[in-house]
Design a protein around this ligand. Structure first.
Ligand SMILES: [Zn+2]
Ligand SMILES: [Zn+2]
Length: 374
């Protein structure tokens, strides 16, 4: 059974439909989330994110955990009864049973220290449940490639990136905050900060996205044009199937560098908390949506706003699209700087790095920038 589970976690093809595999994998992932959720209830000081737990209700989380256990348990029992992928269903059922034995949704939470180093388990669980439900729904409604399954080739690698990039959220927040203050603290000017903080909300929101995207544009362009930086960014480009999960494939160094540089002007200019919160929601949505398997082009608005179509071209292997379409929010930046894709085709054909030299698998990709002899 362990060998089969290991093979599943490392195989790179898409899941075959109709044999219980898809249901089994969903049951197993849900069961694993239940187990992690129970652990987070037991050790909230180490396994939950302070910034996040302030905004959710623990009783709602208990309900959520309960229903996840019911669904994962129900699916695995159904598979066992039907005699399909019993090895997978039994693993899922075992995890649900273990979660229940460890207290399930009833684990009491007392007072706990709030200044401990932590892993963002709650952020991983909630974002995975929320994003997969919302974006898979949108992808089914407006599918670009209708025959591309949810569990498409290499989904395990991107899922692994998703997992790790969420777990290290505390470290990323700490490190980027520290770097922003150390490197750019000198630039903060009270006069400018006061003026920006008092701007009208919508003006400030436009300004924060514009400033962030200008920095993002030039950082992104540098990743493509400076060979040393391309080593890091090539990992993001190695994805060959575009969907909501694909954008998670990002080297942790890229995450740290880009985030520090984008946060720097936001901090220096002193935007209000409401504006920053709105920006974080937009950035979080667009980062996922732009990679999604949806056929959204937005008509003439596509020259202004970055759409999935615009960013799909950025990931394309087509000659006319190489090193183009860098913007993340405002497509007009690429038209302004002369890097927008011009093509007769509506959508690109193939995605990925030209020459396909980035290995598959999370750890291989983590090492790739340091070991590549290209
Ligand atoms: Zn790129
Ligand atoms: Zn991308």
């Amino acid at each position: 059974m362990f060998k089969r589970l290991n093979d599943l976690s490392e195989s790179h093809g898409s899941l075959q439909a109709g044999k219980g595999m898809v249901t089994g994998v969903i049951a197993l992932i849900l069961a694993a989330l239940c187990f992690l959720g129970v652990m987070a209830f037991h050790f909230p000081q180490y396994l939950t994110t302070p910034e996040l737990r302030r905004s959710y209700n623990v009783d709602v989380m208990r309900q959520l955990l309960f229903w996840c256990m019911v669904i994962a348990g129900g699916l695995s029992v159904a598979l066992i009864v039907l005699g399909r992928v019993r090895w997978l269903a039994a693993s899922a059922f075992g995890l649900v049973a273990l979660s229940a034995l460890l207290g399930g949704h009833k684990v009491p939470v007392g007072e706990f220290a709030t200044d401990t180093p932590y892993i963002g388990l709650d952020w991983f669980i909630l974002d995975l449940l929320g994003s997969s439900l919302i974006f898979i729904f949108i992808e089914k409604l407006f599918a670009l490639r209708k025959d591309q399954p949810v569990f498409r080739p290499e989904w395990q690698t991107d899922f692994h990136h998703f997992l790790v990039n969420h777990m290290v959220v505390g470290f990323i927040l700490l490190a980027t905050n520290l770097m922003v203050h150390k490197l750019f603290g000198w630039a903060a000017n009270d006069g400018i900060r006061g003026w920006v903080a008092n701007l009208n909300f919508w003006v400030a929101l436009f300004l924060i996205i514009l400033v962030a995207d200008l920095v993002q544009y030039w950082t992104h362009r540098a990743y493509h044009e400076v060979p040393l930086l391309w080593r890091i960014h090539a990992v993001h480009h190695s994805v060959k199937s575009m969907d909501w999960l694909a954008g998670s494939r990002q080297h942790i160094l890229e995450l740290l560098i880009t985030r520090t540089l984008v946060l720097a002007p936001i901090y220096v200019l002193g935007f209000s908390k409401e504006v920053i919160d709105a920006y974080i929601i937009i950035v979080g949505f667009q980062a996922v949506f732009n990679h999604a398997n949806v056929s959204v082009r937005l008509g003439p608005l596509r020259y202004v706003i970055v759409t999935p179509n615009f960013h799909h071209w950025h990931h394309s292997q087509d000659q006319e699209a190489l090193d183009k379409n860098y913007a993340a929010h405002f497509a007009f930046l690429d038209y302004l700087f002369g890097t927008a894709v011009k093509s007769d085709k509506l959508w690109p054909k193939d995605y990925g790095v030209l020459g396909d030299y980035v290995p598959n698998g999370f750890f291989k990709q983590l090492k790739f920038p340091f070991t590549w002899k290209g």
